[in-house]
Design a protein around this ligand. Structure first.
Ligand code: PHE
Length: 348
């Protein structure tokens, strides 16, 4: 009987050690063969009933010993098999970890939005609040309340887009795609009492199309109304803004001008950002670039908005965002901002 188990062990040693690249399935089959319920070891143990008590004890000890050894053999062979499998899988690389990653195209803010956000941010830093109004506007807000005379050329069909919204009375005045952000001044004043500091970015529409004009463009409007607001406040605020936006070294110049809704009115120039004032193609050799329209809010506008011009005064200004973006980024043709050519937009 002892021989039976000894032989069993020898056989197992041989079989388990035999196969070079032993696989875990093969090992499992061998485990069943030797240690399974109907395996060689169990069969041997079943025979032991026939032995005398003393012999059974001896043979039993040998059987236990053999069982432990076969188990140990299988375990270490199994470990080895797993190691081999891992090594084999590493020898055949399925993933080349040295390949560069696949870059997903990443978008970013359009230069017009970026410029507009930066302008608005500077004014927020000076205590202004953001306000907005509709793009399809009543004639009253776009012109009338802003002190435009009935026959002002801006009201001409040649210059402005008019629309007849559905449901409007046939004889009602057509509405207008707002030609500037100034109507938002009136809407904002109507909505709240003074004092008021507001910045109003948005889209505006005019019948224009050439290298410096598109039918839709963006403006940022500013309005400051309080007791005793003066032209000096206007100059100080705009100087601070223009230096924050274009750099501390920029020079500014206020020229007398005319707008129906401001009195006095001014156009604001900055020293040319391209040639620093020496004279170049962009500033048409003048050394200056026009950047803003501004002025003291006309008393008629305050009245139309429900403010009392005896109690408060205000200044207002408006600037074109595309023009500002062109100067900031050195863009030659304004229309390229709206062609949505990725190669162009990716430059910013
Ligand atoms: N609305 C004027 C324009 O479109 C700009 C402006 C705004 C001028 C406010 C003065 C005050 O040209």
């Amino acid at each position: 009987m002892q021989n039976y188990f000894q032989t069993l062990l020898e056989q197992a040693k041989q079989e388990i050690g035999e196969v070079e690249e032993i696989s875990s399935t093969q090992l499992e089959a061998l485990r069943v063969k030797y240690l399974g319920k109907k395996g060689a070891l169990s069969q041997g143990l079943a025979q032991m009933g026939k032995l005398a008590a003393e012999a059974r004890k001896q043979v039993g000890a040998v059987a236990n010993q053999v069982k432990a050894e076969v188990e140990a053999l299988l375990t270490s062979a199994m470990e080895r098999a797993e190691e081999l499998a891992l090594e084999a899988s590493l020898r055949v690389p399925k993933v080349d970890i040295s390949l560069p990653g696949r870059l997903r195209p990443q978008g970013h803010c359009h230069p017009v939005s970026q410029t507009m956000d930066d302008i608005v941010d500077i004014f927020i830093g000076m205590g202004f609040e953001v306000a907005d109004g509709p793009e399809v506007e009543l004639d009253w807000y776009n012109f009338e309340a802003l002190n435009f005379l009935e026959n002002h050329p801006a009201r001409d069909m040649q210059d402005s887009f008019y629309v007849h919204p559905e449901g409007f009375a046939e004889d009602a005045r057509p509405m207008v795609l707002r030609t500037h952000t100034s109507p938002v001044q009136v809407r904002t004043m109507q909505a709240q009492p003074p004092p008021l500091r507001a910045i109003m970015p948005g889209r505006v529409y005019r019948r224009d199309f050439d290298i410096t004009h598109t039918p839709m463009f963006h403006q940022v409007e500013g309005l400051f109304v309080d007791a005793n607001v003066s032209m000096a406040d206007l100059k100080g605020t705009l100087n601070a803004f223009l230096r924050a936006f274009f750099g501390q070294e920029v020079k500014t110049r206020f020229r007398a001008s005319y707008f129906p809704f401001t009195e006095p009115s001014a156009e604001v120039d900055i020293s040319c950002v391209i040639c620093k004032g020496a004279g170049c193609r962009v500033c048409k050799m003048s050394g200056w670039l026009e950047i803003l329209g501004a002025g003291m809010v006309h008393p008629n506008v305050l009245l139309a908005s429900g403010y009392n011009p005896q109690e408060v005064t205000g200044f207002a200004f408006g600037m074109g965002v595309e023009r500002t973006a062109m100067l900031r980024y050195g863009i030659g043709d304004l229309r390229s901002l709206f062609e949505n050519d990725i190669r162009f937009l990716a430059r910013f």
